[in-house]
Ligand binder design. Structure first.
Ligand code: CP
Ligand code: NVA
Length: 307
């Protein structure tokens, strides 16, 4: 595995399986009060240039559970917000800390940070990707369905960071992936280039065609962080791109519903479908903790071999 976790395109199929296996093991150990001090004496700097509930709490708690320490750096309140070059931030943090988690807008900023940092950099969400979320999603599906190979994943809605990462994560895990987006809101072209090389990928603007025979349905907000001003325009463009009871009828029996949260009931998902699947949606949120602990144990704690 590489030094950093910047996007799932950088991971091999084996890397993903290794992370999921370690995550399962760490979840088991945590539930059985078995200590796993992979980060003893280590520190993680967490840079946030966007809001967060799950990512911040799960990283901070995860580091603590592995014997380390996490620092919250708000983009606005640090020198990053005053324009200090990312190259300098990378070199400074590399002298104090053992890893950096960053949530920001531009993927290139994260790639640049990683290029100049001597320590692992983990992408906690950019406009392009949300790799930690999708590792937790794959973990949740594998827990419930025992395998990922051959299952059909469907994503309905905006071709955003979640869509980009789900497509790559799903295909690299041997899943069939179907995506329904309006024509002007398709996933990133680099992701489509990767996906269209596979015969297991379908991109359509027909939500029913995408949902047909699905084993797990994903959706996400119509307007992501940073797109607040486009909310009304997007609300019009995404009419019909909703996970509702009617759509669920087309899916396979036992079809799971996943949502990275926060969810907008009545927009991308109905309250009824959300509540009917709340158990697996909140398990997905919990698994952020375990999946990210696995990433940190591997990248920062030396757990590069199979446990
Ligand atoms: N799903 C997710 O990343 O949640 P937060 O924005 O609360 O971190
Ligand atoms: N697509 C959403 C995901 C939030 C976790 C956003 O970027 O705001």
């Amino acid at each position: 595995m590489q030094k950093d976790l910047l996007k799932l395109l950088d991971l091999s199929e084996e890397d993903i399986v290794h992370i999921l296996n370690v995550a399962d093991q760490l979840k088991y150990e945590h539930k059985h009060n078995i200590e796993h001090n992979f980060l003893k004496g280590k520190s993680l700097a967490m840079i946030f240039e966007k809001n967060s509930t799950r990512t911040r709490v799960s990283f901070e708690v995860g580091v603590y559970q592995m014997g380390g320490h996490a620092l919250f750096l708000s983009g606005k309140e640090s020198q990053i917000g005053r324009g200090e070059p990312v190259e300098d931030t990378a070199r400074v943090l590399s002298r104090y800390c053992d890893g950096i988690m960053i949530r920001t807008f531009d993927q290139e900023e994260v790639e640049n940070l990683a290029r100049h940092a001597a320590i692992p950099v983990i992408n906690g969400l950019t406009d392009f990707a949300h790799p930690c979320q999708v590792l937790a999603d794959l973990m949740t599906i594998r827990e419930r369905k025992a395998t990922l190979q051959g299952l059909k994943m469907c994503y309905i809605g905006d071709g955003n960071n979640m869509a980009n990462s789900l497509i790559v994560g799903g295909l690299k895990s041997g899943m069939q992936v179907s995506v329904a987006t309006p024509d002007s809101y398709r996933p990133d072209s680099r992701v489509l280039e990767f996906a269209q090389a596979s015969d297991k990928f379908l991109l359509t603007n027909d939500v029913r065609a995408a949902a047909e025979g699905a084993d797990v349905i994903f959706t996400d907000v119509w307007a992501s962080m940073g797109q607040e001003e486009e909310r009304e325009k997007r609300a019009r463009a995404f009419q019909g791109y909703q996970v509702n009871a009617e759509l669920m009828k087309l899916t396979n029996e036992g079809c799971m519903v996943q949502h990275c949260l926060p969810a907008h009931r009545g927009e991308e998902i109905t309250a009824g479908v959300f509540e009917a699947h709340a158990g697996e949606i909140f398990e997905e949120a919990e698994n952020r903790l375990h999946a990210q602990k696995a990433v940190m144990a591997i990248l920062m704690g030396g757990l590069r071999e199979e446990p």
